[in-house]
Design a protein. Structure first.
Length: 150
């Protein structure tokens, strides 16, 4: 069973993604919110900024899981854990479309890393179920930003 704190905080962590997608889909809301709180906190800019932070954070989570790896897996596990922030560093930037698509690919790849860490038995048993749901919502939000928010 997934711990309540992990579920609650995981879903709360979707709020900026959902907000970004909503303010893309409802331009009037996006414009009003931008006037009230600033352009960087609505639409594609919030999706890019928050997506960058969270993808790097998820690499750090994998780093924590990698500490449980035996000697035969340590290089693979720690090496895999540094891939998400390296991806962000190399690929996010430039145009809005390029950044959103890089984040989309990054989160999709992150899910495959989560699955691999699960196969290596480095994650708690509930991890994959939670990550699948959170990742799917994240991908939908980034896709909305890519399709409608450029």
């Amino acid at each position: 069973m997934t711990p309540r704190a992990a579920t609650a905080l995981g879903f709360a962590g979707l709020i900026p993604f959902l907000w970004g997608a909503l303010t893309v889909l409802v331009p009037g809301l996006g414009a009003a919110a931008a006037d009230a709180i600033g352009d960087r906190f609505v639409g594609a800019p919030v999706l890019i900024a928050y997506g960058t932070v969270i993808l790097c954070f998820m690499g750090g989570v994998l780093w924590g899981f990698a500490t449980q790896a035996g000697p035969e897996l340590q290089w693979k596990a720690f090496g895999s854990a540094v891939l998400p922030p390296l991806w962000v560093f190399l690929m996010v930037g430039g145009t809005t479309a390029a950044s959103l698509s890089a984040l989309f690919v990054g989160f999709f790849a992150m899910l495959s890393l989560d699955l691999q860490f699960g196969q290596w038995k480095l994650t708690p048993p509930w991890w994959i179920g939670l990550r699948i749901v959170l990742t799917l919502v994240t991908l939908v939000c980034l896709g909305i930003g890519f399709l409608f928010g450029r």
